[in-house]
Design a protein around this ligand. Sequence first.
Ligand SMILES: *[C@@H]1O[C@H](CO)[C@@H](O)[C@H](O)[C@H]1NC(C)=O
Ligand SMILES: *[C@@H]1O[C@H](CO)[C@@H](O)[C@H](O)[C@H]1NC(C)=O
Ligand SMILES: *[C@@H]1O[C@H](CO)[C@@H](O)[C@H](O)[C@H]1NC(C)=O
Ligand SMILES: *[C@@H]1O[C@H](CO)[C@@H](O)[C@H](O)[C@H]1NC(C)=O
Ligand SMILES: *[C@@H]1O[C@H](CO)[C@@H](O)[C@H](O)[C@H]1NC(C)=O
Ligand SMILES: *[C@@H]1O[C@H](CO)[C@@H](O)[C@H](O)[C@H]1NC(C)=O
Ligand SMILES: *[C@@H]1O[C@H](CO)[C@@H](O)[C@H](O)[C@H]1NC(C)=O
Ligand SMILES: *[C@@H]1O[C@H](CO)[C@@H](O)[C@H](O)[C@H]1NC(C)=O
Ligand SMILES: *[C@@H]1O[C@H](CO)[C@@H](O)[C@H](O)[C@H]1NC(C)=O
Ligand SMILES: *[C@@H]1O[C@H](CO)[C@@H](O)[C@H](O)[C@H]1NC(C)=O
Ligand SMILES: *[C@@H]1O[C@H](CO)[C@@H](O)[C@H](O)[C@H]1NC(C)=O
Length: 539
Amino acid sequence: MRWGTLSGYGALVGAVRALECSPSAFQAALPQNASVNFAYQVKANETFQVPAGDLGYPTSPTGLPSLCAVSIQVQSLGNSTYGFGLYLPDNWNGRFLAMGNGGLLGGVNWLDMAPGSRYGFATMSTDTGHNATNANGTWAKDPNAVENWGHLAMHGSVVTGKIATAAYYEEDISYNYYSGCSTGGRQGLKEAQEYPEDFDGILAGAPAWWTSHLQPWTVKIALYNLPETADYHIPPALFPAIGDEVIKQCDPQDGLTDSIISNPLGCNFRPEELLCSANVTNATTAGCLTAPQISTLYNIYTDSIGENQTFLFPHLYPGSEAQWVLLSGSEPNPLGPNYVKYLLGLGDDWNFYDFDEDVQRLADKLQPGNATVDFDISAFHNKGGKLLHYHGMADGLIPTGSSNYFYNHVESTLTPQGIDLDSWYRFFFVPGMQHCSGTPTTMNAPWYFAGANQAAALGNTVYGVPGFRDEKHDALLAMMAWVENGTAPDTIIATKYKNDTTQAEVLRQRPLCMYPKEAKYKGTGDVDAAESWECKSLY
Ligand SMILES: *[C@@H]1O[C@H](CO)[C@@H](O)[C@H](O)[C@H]1NC(C)=O
Ligand SMILES: *[C@@H]1O[C@H](CO)[C@@H](O)[C@H](O)[C@H]1NC(C)=O
Ligand SMILES: *[C@@H]1O[C@H](CO)[C@@H](O)[C@H](O)[C@H]1NC(C)=O
Ligand SMILES: *[C@@H]1O[C@H](CO)[C@@H](O)[C@H](O)[C@H]1NC(C)=O
Ligand SMILES: *[C@@H]1O[C@H](CO)[C@@H](O)[C@H](O)[C@H]1NC(C)=O
Ligand SMILES: *[C@@H]1O[C@H](CO)[C@@H](O)[C@H](O)[C@H]1NC(C)=O
Ligand SMILES: *[C@@H]1O[C@H](CO)[C@@H](O)[C@H](O)[C@H]1NC(C)=O
Ligand SMILES: *[C@@H]1O[C@H](CO)[C@@H](O)[C@H](O)[C@H]1NC(C)=O
Ligand SMILES: *[C@@H]1O[C@H](CO)[C@@H](O)[C@H](O)[C@H]1NC(C)=O
Ligand SMILES: *[C@@H]1O[C@H](CO)[C@@H](O)[C@H](O)[C@H]1NC(C)=O
Ligand SMILES: *[C@@H]1O[C@H](CO)[C@@H](O)[C@H](O)[C@H]1NC(C)=O
């Protein structure tokens, strides 16, 4: 038995009892289907060394608080297993926080667990049942591994992780939270839908919720710009010129010229302004586009439509150009082809140039890993859960429109059931934010609010919102205030530091507004101060 002080955020002041931080102590507390890989104490300010060969998340977190680091393996379908990691800080705040994963990466996301442990949360991350980089999808040849990735590993890791946490502290967990972005956003929404008892509050960013359409679209959008020898191919060297023209046209259209595109959907963008004049011999060096390249731009900014006018997937928003990684290179991002080859089972030899709508039909039929999230998430509402969802408007990896599409369809599904969303599910656009974090240097939009993965983007020892550790600026604290005190967040103030590395001075702050409201400048006051803005309904 060990004693430590309890002084985390909102926690009781006193002492906390804990088991020994040893494999045998945890093993004794776990059901038979779980076995301990390791458990050892990490001292304050030490580095946790990620186990060698952890392919998905190799980066080791530094500057940790004093905590017990645990790795546990759980038996799943057939012979398959999944693993998860736990950080159990000495200064526990009584709460459990699960973090999400990214892409098809297999591994425990130790790096993203670290910020939560600095608040005092017991933090957990699952490896989703495989050990792999995004470039290698062969793990998905095993259907059990696909089911683990889709939903079983997160749920089972949460259930088992809670047992280990409560046993270690010899005390019940007071509240259970989740924070994830991208695949992590999908995992959060999937938990809300299928395992509503797991969490009290879920923070879901840029969710890859429509996996069965997102991954085929990842191949389709790449093909708009391939092969590189085609006359319609736009070389990445021209993306900045396109981004500049988009800002030139779309920034003033939102009512304030501030370099941030706040209403990309309302922008009537005219690509022809980028056409090369007759005397240009090299479009790339001249920074202009040929007529065939202009057609490619139209494809990029148009929804993906299938046979019989079926809506397949939303387009990338204008303003996402600085993150057009899916349109760079000589082949699609491996997430697309790996999904088709291994999760849809078309095999190693499938050539992405053979992509056609049959691929989409197959994905709709198979729904690998049951990964796509249903619109009926009423069970999470019925048990009193709170859901906070956000998406950057300059996201170049997962089209921003897939988030409002989800929100709108949940509303259409639940309103007839008599369920009003505002009391438990709120969605926030983040103007100028890229995929989960960051902003183009040409926009410098406020994007930081301690969302999932964001702390690591500022620095290895960051947590919360430096300088603004309160529920108005920190989405995780806002979620806690909502769950524990019933204070629902109308706005979250996002921050852009002058220098993200030092976080010493603020460049800009601005409120993020609850959809479908939008932040509007009041007309007077410093445009870079949050109080000069208000959330207005456009409808
Ligand atoms: C943590 O370690 C770093 C270098 O390893 C050191 O610079 C820093 O002062 C330490 N911080 C504390 C709080 O001990
Ligand atoms: C992951 O795979 C690598 C390379 O095959 C291996 O070295 C490592 O031990 C594996 N890690 C886990 C946790 O299975
Ligand atoms: C489990 O592994 C054993 C031994 O490798 C094998 O014989 C058996 O077929 C496997 N079972 C399943 C369900 O994969
Ligand atoms: C891909 O992963 C499999 C195991 O899942 C491994 O056997 C294979 O060597 C990996 N391929 C590469 C190119 O790393
Ligand atoms: C592990 O086994 C226990 C006891 O049989 C069961 O209640 C639990 O659901 C299992 N956990 C998982 C993650 O399968
Ligand atoms: C090319 O034509 C444009 C307008 O047609 C003109 O403004 C520009 O100066 C010309 N450039 C050269 C190098 O002749
Ligand atoms: C145009 O200029 C770019 C950049 O200098 C160069 O890579 C490319 O080969 C040129 N294209 C043609 C058709 O000369
Ligand atoms: C499109 O319509 C045709 C004719 O009604 C039908 O046979 C086909 O299945 C439809 N395709 C899709 C994807 O719904
Ligand atoms: C798949 O998801 C549906 C809801 O979309 C759910 O009813 C079903 O139980 C899930 N299947 C599995 C195997 O989890
Ligand atoms: C709840 O409200 C109390 C009183 O204002 C405050 O001390 C506490 O920190 C709040 N808890 C959370 C989780 O926001
Ligand atoms: C930000 O601060 C770091 C650390 O002091 C410094 O190395 C870097 O040059 C700064 N970046 C800018 C853009 O000023």
